[in-house]
Design a binder for this molecule. Structure first.
Ligand code: ADP
Ligand code: ZN
Length: 738
């Protein structure tokens, strides 16, 4: 892979006769040489260049090599009307590429994922009251003038105006001809309203004020640094880091707040508006294309001060970024598992270190990585130890399932049901938590024992009864629920095994027939709005019993909720994943944190068959430091992250033998890895051995901290040409170790 060059001695401006090297998002492993555009251009300029018969967008990266026939070199077509890519952004893409071993063209694609970049500066027409008099009065014309008069000096689009006046567009156009209505051109992409740092500040508790003070002065320094903000759920972490955002605004710098889940943004936007007087820019996959383009451009011109977004917001072209908040920093959804494999938390730290910004990692249950960095003194630490106001942390108790009298096919123990009943009588809410989507994880034929699996993946199909379909949670494939077993063709023998959130809802309905149920699972909502409505309704007391997956574990405020029942606390403890304990600990603490967030004290009950398990005991004891220390010791002992380095190599292809052959060849020719003392494990079937019809095989590489792992990996994997449909992907710091 040819290295895009970054040479600080290169010129910043290229004259018309110079050769420039252009990076494009096309899957090519090199920069392309062009003659600079007419009139020359600056380094970092976004340009349009001819490539074969097409024109593509690229960035002027440096000086062209010119090591082939100059007469064949074409000219850059034109410079686009957007702010050039800043030096720090180019450095960020390069370093991120080096770290994740992702080609530069793929990094650029992340940074330019916005439609209409090459469109001319787009204008649109707006309409407002003019001076002229109409030649004659009609009912329709009068309505148009009434609307314009009613809204004073406001301007409308043609559609808005004709809709509001209930007339056709031609009526408005007719009035324009006579000068009664004025037609004007205005830029389509407009700046966001200014946020006011002094607008709606709250009175902070002494604890919170001290935290806000510390973060504020860190932001004021204007240099890179990371703070781990740990605080129990409901302690006011959000209030505290919003003060850091305020400080950033006062300094005229931009702030980015990353959230792990789109579903959280709506509630969050409301809070930001209450604090700063208007809404910030919102960036995630649910945002329209026009709005994306507006945000991309405004972020680059300083017309957007604060962005609330998903991990891809890290790749926006900030003009002057001063703060990145990573909320719920432990959340596994920050790790992108498709395409470019990166962890947004790590990338946030990298981005900030290059532009002199402060990073705030906020969590009630930090990742072991961040915890270790704070212990080592690399991150500053801030703690909020008590909940805001009267709210106190819930009591936590185990329900020992070995001594509960529960018929098969039932999952709510009598002890738990009794507690729910008591809440119903008091008008309080209960949450039954199960981290499994769908009706039942297994569909089994009682005649032959066959379990229905996905045709394309090594995964079971999960029954989703509300949709009356089977769904593969790996690839998304769905099919109707069959009447007969696909294997033995006997009818009426297919049976659900095990609980999912839908089945639990059914059980709750029969246990508490008069209760109002709300089911919160990502499958059941067609849109972010529907989910938001449902969450709002629950928060206002619109449900008595909430049945939910991990969707509810994240940051919602349900003031009436006083009981959380975890149906299967053992679920995450099975399997051989080294991070299982950490995840279970975080999830259980988060879920428990949902209850008792206001005056009423909460209770969290964990149904478990192994109450003596160290993780369950640490959760119940609320002994966070004890848990982290024990977990850190185990990882240190095993030499795995954060105390050692790991990389996963995923090989895939349609022919299993070929995939394994490549894996074996890699494992044999490991000289470059041995040179840095790294070890290779595998090849072995990947955690999911088949996805979308492709076989997947994994190699794991383990190395000491501080060795040049990426360079060695590059040499190692570069030894082989990938033939046919074989693919190789490198996953630095994989989520699953074994
Ligand atoms: P966390 O982010 O730590 O879970 P939040 O910032 O969401 O905590 O605070 C929990 C609840 O307490 C929110 O409803 C928040 O508005 C409220 N709250 C926290 N601190 C204050 C404060 N100083 N004044 C008023 N309300 C507060
Ligand atoms: Zn599948």
């Amino acid at each position: 892979i040819a290295e895009p060059r970054i040479d600080v001695n290169e010129p910043e401006h290229f004259a018309e006769d110079a050769l420039v090297a252009v990076l494009t998002a096309q899957p090519l492993d090199r920069l392309l040489d062009y003659k600079a555009p007419e009139g020359g251009c600056f380094r970092g300029a976004f340009v349009e260049v001819p490539l074969g018969p097409r024109k593509v967008v690229g960035v002027v990266w440096g000086t062209g090599r010119g090591d082939y026939d100059r007469t064949k070199i074409r000219r850059v077509s034109r410079v686009l009307d957007v702010a050039p890519m800043r030096e720090e952004m180019r450095a960020f893409l390069k370093k991120a590429s080096d770290y994740t071993l992702t080609p530069m063209h793929a990094m650029l694609r992340l940074a330019t994922r916005v439609p209409g970049l090459s469109d001319p500066p787009s204008m649109r027409k707006i309409y407002r009251m003019g001076e002229g008099q109409p030649d004659r009065d009609t009912e329709a014309r009068r309505r148009v003038l009434e609307v314009l008069a009613e809204y004073g000096g406001l301007a409308f689009t043609l559609k808005e105006l004709s809709d509001m006046a209930n007339v056709t567009a031609s009526v408005v156009k007719g009035l324009v001809k006579q000068g009664v209505v004025r037609e004007e051109d205005t830029p389509r992409d407009t700046p966001f309203r200014k946020l006011d740092p002094e607008f709606g500040g709250k009175d902070l508790t002494p604890d919170q004020a001290a935290g806000a003070q510390a973060l504020g002065s860190a932001v004021r320094q204007g240099t890179y640094g990371t703070t781990l903000l740990r605080g129990v759920t409901g302690s006011g972490k959000t209030e505290v880091y919003l003060e850091a955002v305020a400080e950033c605004l006062r300094m005229g710098r931009q702030a980015l707040v990353l959230l792990p889940e789109i579903a959280l943004t709506a509630e969050f936007l409301t809070r930001v508006e209450a604090r700063f007087g208007c809404q910030p820019a919102e960036w995630h996959s649910g945002v329209t294309m026009t709005e994306r383009r507006r945000i991309w451009k405004m972020v680059g011109q300083g017309g957007a001060q604060v962005v609330i977004g998903a991990r891809s917001a890290l790749f926006l072209p900030y003009q002057n970024l001063g703060l990145i908040v990573v909320d719920e920093e432990h959340d596994t959804s920050y790790k992108q598992e498709d395409g470019v494999l990166y962890n947004a938390r790590d990338m946030a730290v990298l981005r900030a270190s290059l532009c002199g910004a402060r990073v705030v990692l906020a969590s009630a249950t930090p990742s072991l990585e961040s915890w270790a960095n704070a212990e080592a003194g690399k991150y500053d630490r801030l703690e909020l130890t008590s909940r805001f106001g009267e709210a106190v942390l819930p009591d936590m108790r185990a329900i020992d399932m070995r001594s509960e009298d529960l018929p098969s096919g039932r999952w709510v123990s009598p002890s738990l049901a009794k507690q729910v009943q008591a809440r119903l009588e008091k008008g309080e809410q209960s949450l039954l938590f199960i981290n499994r989507r769908g009706y039942a994880p297994i569909t089994l034929c009682r005649a032959c024992g066959h379990q229905i699996g996905c045709d394309h993946c090594d995964a079971r199909m999960v029954e989703h009864r509300f949709q009356n379909r089977l769904v593969c949670h790996q690839c998304g494939e769905t099919k109707p629920m069959p009447d007969a077993c696909p294997s033995c063709h006997v009818e009426g023998k297919l049976a659900p095994v095990g609980p999912g959130v839908e089945r639990l809802a059914e059980e709750a309905q029969s246990l508490f027939p008069d209760a109002r149920l709300a089911v919160l699972s990502s499958d059941l909502f067609g849109s972010a709005r529907a989910l938001k409505d449902s969450i709002n309704s629950i928060a206002q007391g619109g449900a008595d019993v909430i049945i939910g997956t991990q969707l509810v574990a994240k940051g919602h405020n349900f003031p009436l909720l006083t009981l959380v029942g975890v149906i299967d606390a053992d679920l995450g403890l099975q399997g051989s994943d080294l991070r299982a304990a950490e995840r279970t600990f975080q999830l259980m603490r988060q879920v428990a944190g949902r209850s008792g967030r206001s005056e009423r004290k909460g209770l969290a009950l964990l149904q478990t068959f192994q109450p003596e398990h160290p993780v369950i005991r640490a959760i119940l004891a609320g002994d966070e430091d004890g848990f982290w220390n024990a977990e850190a010791n185990e990882r240190r002992h095993a030499g795995v992250p954060p105390y050692g380095r790991m990389a996963g190599i995923i090989l895939s292809g349609s022919d299993l033998q070929q995939v394994f052959d490549l894996g074996n060849a890699l494992a044999r020719q490991d000289a470059s890895l041995r040179a840095i003392g790294a070890q290779v494990f595998g090849p072995a079937p990947a955690p999911i051995a088949r996805v979308r019809g492709r076989h997947r095989v994994r190699l794991l590489v383990k190395a000491d901290k501080g060795v040049p792992l990426q360079g060695a990996l590059k040499t190692w994997t570069g030894q082989f040409q990938l033939r046919g449909d074989l693919r190789l992907a490198v996953d630095i710091d994989p989520q699953n170790f074994f």
